[in-house]
Design a protein around this ligand. Sequence first.
Ligand SMILES: [Zn+2]
Ligand SMILES: [Zn+2]
Length: 399
Amino acid sequence: MRAWYARGMPPIEAQIAALLSPLTTLRHEIHRHPELGFEEHETQRRVMEYLRDLGFDPKPCATTGVIADLNPGRSGRSLALRADMDCLPMQEDTDLPYRSIHDGRAHKCGHDGHTVSLLGAASILAGMRERVDGNVRLIFQPAEEGVNGGGARVMVEEAALEGVDEIYAFHNWPGFPHGSARVCAGPVMASVHDLVIELRGVGGHASQPQVTRDPVVAGAALVTALQSVVSRNISATDAAVLSVCTFHAGEANNVIPARARLTGTLRTFDTSVAANVVDRIRAVCSGIAESYGVEILPEIQALYPVLVNHADCAEAVRQAAEAILGPTAVSPAGLPLAAAEDFGRFTERVPGAYFFLGAGENSDTPGCHHPDFDFDDRLIPTAIRLFVRLVEDRVGLRP
Ligand SMILES: [Zn+2]
Ligand SMILES: [Zn+2]
């Protein structure tokens, strides 16, 4: 069946219909064997085998990723389509027949579905290979969920975007209604900074605080002071979220500890806003350290940049999605999201757009990262049609 292109081709709709059963089976197999970031060896093997059967020459990239060109070296435009492949470090407690066989690993973001959707598009594109007036690069990315700074950065370093004119990807999203697509120009997902703040004081007996430098009291003051960073420094028209999420200190109820440790996250939709907030966090840490006589060492690491959609590319997605789903099914409502995605590493380098395919039946449909989440297999044909349509519209077909 994968060798249609050798035997003459039925229409695309018939091809997609015939692909659904094997792709769904493959999705369930990948779901059953989830792999964490930069450990996607089995998924990589499956993807490369599938692509080789279609006549591609897939290459490993970023250790466990894959890239493959439809028409390597062909003149014309070159468009990249990207899917992520990693799972989350979570337990799967569902009673799905294809539930994860690995403790502490589960496909709870739907990257199993993204992977097979792109393989489905690869099948259709392989049948159109001669007619595509340029190249299509398929990018299967490892480690989207943040392991070691994410896989996109490594793929870019390993030249995955060399020669690429535009790049596109999608995420399933149960928070948007099934049958809808969401896309917008400009910021579509947030930047992320990780915060780790060490407080070093002088510990001692709880009955003699005057001879200590208490990092717990300083840490409590710091958490409170950080609440003013966004509310008092960021304009009403900008947006930022700064959350302190852990506070660890001490072990005994009669010992003032010498150390405390806070961690948290910063999300913004603008690089200059992020820089401003980071400066203010450092200034507040210095001020509290001075006031409380402790040492405060903030480590603020830029994890993912803002994911910014290029206007032309977002418009291309809107038109393609309207053609497939109908004009009322496509909108920018609900965007941007304060979640983060390292697809922004690609759109920093080349124009591109990231879009969402709605997977929600109702407000109770479990969202991405929820223990009961599962990818909605009904999105596979929609995603394939959209990917292929983007190739037709942005690369073009020879007559
Ligand atoms: Zn996720
Ligand atoms: Zn995801």
